[in-house]
Design a protein around this ligand. Structure first.
Ligand code: CLF
Ligand code: SF4
Length: 505
C-alpha cells in the first residue's frame, strides 16, 4: 500500500483549515489558553477534547490479555475497568489482526482519528503485542493518533519504547496516593517475578504511577489520569489525588463511577460495594475542577470499542467481516483528511459567526456573558445526540443522553447517562415499559430532555416524572438549543433564584 507522506507533527493547519485561537462557545473555552502544540494534539482526540468528541471517533485494539495487578473492581473475563464498561471482549486480536482491523475501520469510518490500546488486561503487561501493534500502525496509518491506557506499574521502564511511536497521549489509572487506601483497592501486584500483597503492593504501584506521570510530563506527552470513584473507599481521597496529579502536570482528570454488579464476579460486586450516584459523581468532579480540566464525557468504553464515544460499532468489524472487505486505502485516507478539514472549517466558521454582530450565535454567547445579578438558577438538561454537536437523535433510539448544566454562565457538559435502547424502530415509541422506566430513572434530576423526535407515550411518561420533553430543537447545535430552552424557562418564571442576588452554583 502506498500512503502519502503525512507528518503528524505538522500543525493542523497543514491538513485542515486552521483552528485558530478564539472562542467557539463553552467547549472552546477549554481550548483557549492552550499552546499551539497542545491544541494540535487534542483538537482531533475525542477523549482529550470535549469539542472533538462530537465529531471524531476512536477505536480500541484488544491485543493485551494479561495484567500485572489485581483491582477489586475487575474480573479478567470482563473488559479492563481502566477504560471500559464490563462486557466480554468479543475477539482478542493478534497485532497483525489488530492492524488490519484498524485499517478497515479507518476506511469505513472517516471520523476515526485515534487508535487506543486499553486492554482487556494492561497494555504494558503485554509489551510485545502492544508495541508490535503500534509499530505497524505508525507505519501504515500515520495520520491516526496512537493512545494508551495503563495501570502504570511498569510505565517508567516502558516510556522510551512508547516514545518511539510518537505516542502523544497516555492515560494512567490512579485511584489513590495513599497505600492504606490502595490496599482496599488492590489485593496484589506482580512485581519482579513475585506476587506482593496489601499495603506493600499499593506502595510500589503508587510510586511507579507517580514516577511514570512525572516522566511523561517531562517528555511533553499529554497525560490523562483516570480515577475510579469508589464510595466509602476513595471518594474523599480523590480530591487529594486530583490536587497532586494536577501539580505534577497531568492535562486532564477523568473521575469515573465504579461499576460493581454481583453478576460480573468482581470482589466489589460480590461484596455489595455500591456504585456512586450521578449527583455524587458530579459533586466530586466539581470539587476536583480547578486549573486542570475535568473530563465529563467519558463513556467507560469496552476494550474493543469502535466508533464515536458512546457508539458501539464493533459488530461491523469482526475478523471475518474485515477479511471480506475490499479497501482502497488511499481513498480512505483522503476521506479522513477531508473530514478533518471540514470539521475544522465548521468550527472556525462557528467562531467567526460568534464574532459577528447580530448573529444569533454571538447573541447567545454575548447574552450569557453579560455581567448582571443572577437571573435564575441552573438547570440540568438532557440531550439526545448522534454526534456532530447536534440534537439529532430520536428519544426512543438514544442509548445515552448527554447532560448539560445551563445557567446564566452558559451551557456546560456535566456528564452522560446511559440507558437501554427500548425502541425497536418505526415511529411509535413506548412498547418496552420497563426499559422506559429505567430510562426515566437514568434522567433523574434533569428538567428537560431535548431530542429530534419523541413518541406520545414516552412524552406523557416523562412529563409525569417531571422531565419535560422538547422536540422543537431538532438539528440545532446542542449548546445553542440548551441555552434557548434555559431562556424560555427563565422567561416563564420557572427559574427563581433560591437566594436573591446570589449566583447559582
Ligand atoms: Fe481509548 Fe482511553 Fe485513548 Fe480514549 S478511551 S485509550 S483516551 S482513545 Fe475515552 Fe473511552 Fe473514557 Fe477512555 S471515553 S474510557 S477516556
Ligand atoms: Fe483489571 Fe485493568 Fe485492574 Fe488489570 S489494571 S486488574 S485489567 S482493571
Amino acid at each position: 500500500m502506498d500512503f502519502p507522506a503525512f507528518d503528524q507533527t505538522a500543525p493542523a493547519s497543514a491538513h485542515a483549515s486552521a483552528c485558530s485561537a478564539g472562542s467557539c462557545g463553552s467547549t472552546a473555552a477549554q481550548m483557549n489558553g492552550l499552546s499551539d502544540e497542545v491544541r494540535r494534539k487534542v483538537q482531533n482526540h475525542p477523549c482529550y477534547s470535549e469539542e472533538a468528541h462530537h465529531h471524531f471517533a476512536r477505536m480500541h485494539a484488544a491485543v493485551a490479555p494479561a495484567c500485572n495487578i489485581q483491582c477489586n473492581y475487575c474480573n479478567r473475563k470482563y473488559d479492563c475497568s481502566n477504560e471500559s464498561r464490563p462486557g466480554v471482549v468479543s475477539e482478542l486480536l493478534t497485532p497483525e489482526q489488530a492492524i488490519n482491523k484498524t485499517l478497515a475501520v479507518a476506511a469505513a469510518i472517516p471520523q476515526l482519528s485515534v487508535l487506543g490500546i486499553a486492554g482487556p488486561g494492561d497494555p504494558l503487561a503485554n509489551p510485545e503485542r502492544t508495541f508490535a501493534t503500534f509499530r505497524g500502525l505508525a507505519e501504515k496509518a500515520p495520520d491516526l493518533k496512537l493512545c494508551l491506557s495503563t495501570n502504570g506499574l511498569v510505565l517508567p521502564e516502558q516510556i522510551d519504547e512508547l516514545a518511539k511511536y510518537n505516542i502523544e497521549h497516555v492515560t494512567i489509572t490512579i485511584n489513590c496516593v495513599d497505600p492504606e487506601v490502595g490496599a482496599k483497592i488492590y489485593p496484589w501486584i506482580f512485581w519482579n517475578n513475585r506476587r506482593i500483597r496489601g499495603r506493600a503492593a499499593a506502595k510500589i504501584l503508587i510510586a511507579q504511577q507517580q514516577k511514570g506521570l512525572e516522566m511523561l510530563v517531562a517528555r511533553g506527552i499529554l497525560v490523562k489520569v483516570n480515577s475510579v470513584l469508589i464510595p466509602g473507599v476513595n471518594d474523599q481521597h480523590l480530591r487529594e489525588v486530583s490536587r497532586i496529579v494536577k501539580a505534577k502536570g497531568a492535562f486532564l482528570h477523568n473521575v469515573t463511577p465504579l461499576i460493581a454488579e454481583a453478576e460480573h464476579g468482581t470482589f466489589f460486586g460480590l461484596m455489595g460495594q455500591r456504585s456512586p450516584r450521578a449527583d455524587e459523581l458530579k459533586a466530586l468532579q466539581d470539587d476536583c475542577a480547578g486549573d486542570m480540566a475535568m473530563m465529563r464525557h467519558c463513556r467507560q468504553c469496552r476494550a474493543d470499542a469502535v466508533g464515536l464515544l458512546g457508539e458501539d460499532r464493533g459488530a461491523e468489524f469482526t475478523l471475518d467481516k474485515v477479511a471480506a472487505m475490499e479497501i482502497d486505502h488511499q481513498a480512505a485516507l483522503e476521506r479522513r483528511l477531508a473530514l478533518r478539514a471540514k470539521v475544522a472549517a465548521e468550527l472556525e466558521s462557528k467562531r467567526a459567526r460568534a464574532a459577528t454582530p447580530g448573529d444569533p450565535a454571538r447573541q447567545v454567547i454575548a447574552w450569557h456573558r453579560q455581567p448582571r445579578a443572577a437571573l435564575g438558577r441552573s438547570v440540568l438538561i438532557a440531550v439526545a445526540s448522534r454526534g456532530s454537536g447536534l440534537i439529532n437523535e430520536h428519544f426512543g433510539h438514544a442509548r445515552e443522553f448527554l447532560v448539560y448544566e445551563a445557567s446564566e454562565a452558559g451551557a456546560r457538559l456535566v456528564g452522560q447517562r446511559k440507558t437501554d435502547l427500548y425502541c425497536s424502530g418505526g415511529e411509535t415509541c413506548g412498547d418496552g415499559e420497563t426499559v422506559l422506566d429505567r430510562t426515566i430513572r437514568a434522567l433523574a434530576g434533569c428538567e428537560r430532555v431535548l431530542c429530534s423526535k419523541i413518541g406520545i407515550e414516552p412524552w406523557g411518561r416523562l412529563e409525569a416524572a417531571g422531565i419535560k420533553p422538547d422536540g422543537e430543537h431538532g438539528m440545532e447545535p446542542i449548546e445553542d438549543a440548551v441555552m434557548a430552552v434555559w431562556r424560555e424557562m427563565l422567561a416563564a418564571g420557572l427559574l427563581a433564584t433560591p437566594v436573591a442576588g446570589k449566583r447559582c452554583a
